[in-house]
Design a protein around this ligand. Structure first.
Ligand code: NAP
Length: 248
């Protein structure tokens, strides 16, 4: 099957949470969304179903973004459908927590390799197309803790701070080719990742957010949609904080 007219968006980690909301937000009659997932096929199928119910077009592929060979196969599959990539959203991420003396080396590696190296690998392949097209929008999902740090989240915070420097470097590398690269830094958003925390802790965090509530996936997806649009054509190397005022 070929699809040469539609706008193409690639989203990593579209099977659940923020990535699902972003996939839903970007998919419409003019934009096909290609997303990957790590292992959760049932949830990936659900995202596709939701996209189709909303009148959009979505495709899901299993691929571990921390492994170059898998990323390559993921993009090869995308290029069997379409010749271009207009938007890349580096969303997939994991959090392996623990205070530094107890944090396992393997957990450090998995976190950095998924959150930071994964964004590099996907950008590396997507931007080759974007450079030829002289057009592209890359949006990287960072986190509030990439700015504030967080005890027990050294690896995760470091990966998300790294995403910001990566975003600024890429923005400077590609600006002359009409490719913008920006980041969105969510605060505390209601997803599987945050549901892992005890309810008491979730309530304590919510109480400290100036807007008084935990964020929704759609809040993040709305910012991504804006950065992917023509309305954001003069914005690059920036971060939009979607955090209810948690960090200013
Ligand atoms: P989530 O609900 O845990 O979903 C994670 C997604 O990433 C899933 O689709 C998962 O696939 C995929 N994934 C994980 N590891 C992967 C890998 N190695 N290769 C490919 N896909 C992989 O997470 P979320 O809360 O929506 O978070 C999405 C992004 O927002 C992450 O980068 C996270 O760090 C960031 N963020 C979240 C919050 C928050 O409060 N939730 C705050 C700040 C930043 P499977 O379904 O197959 O496992």
């Amino acid at each position: 099957m070929t699809n040469k007219i539609k706008r193409t968006a690639v989203v990593t980690g579209g099977s659940r949470g923020i990535g699902r909301a972003i996939s839903l937000e970007l998919a419409d009659a003019d934009t096909s969304v290609y997303f990957n997932y790590l292992s959760n096929k049932a949830e990936a199928d659900k995202t596709i179903e939701l996209i189709r119910e909303a009148g959009g077009c979505g495709y899901a592929f299993k691929a571990d973004i921390s492994v170059f060979e898998e990323v390559k196969i993921f993009f090869d599959k995308i290029f069997q459908h379409t010749e271009k990539i207009d938007v890349l959203v580096n969303n997939a991420g994991i959090s392996k927590d623990g205070i530094i003396p107890l944090l396992k080396e393997d957990d450090w590696d998995k976190t950095i390799n998924t959150n930071l190296k994964g964004a590099f690998l996907c950008s590396k392949l997507a931007v080759k197309k974007m450079l030829r097209q002289k057009y592209g929008r890359i949006i990287n999902i960072s986190s509030v803790v990439g700015f504030t740090g967080n005890p027990g989240q050294a690896a995760y915070s470091a990966s998300k701070a790294g995403i910001i420097a990566f975003t600024k470097s890429a923005a400077q590398e590609f600006a002359s080719r009409n490719i913008t690269v920006n980041a969105v830094a969510p605060g505390f958003i209601d997803t599987d990742m945050t549901k892992m925390l005890p309810e008491k802790v979730q309530k304590e965090i919510a109480a400290k957010i100036p807007l008084g509530k935990i964020g929704e996936n759609k809040n993040v997806a709305d910012a991504v949609k804006f950065l992917s649009s023509e309305k954001a054509s003069y914005i690059t190397g920036q971060t939009i904080h979607v955090n209810g005022g948690m960090y200013m």
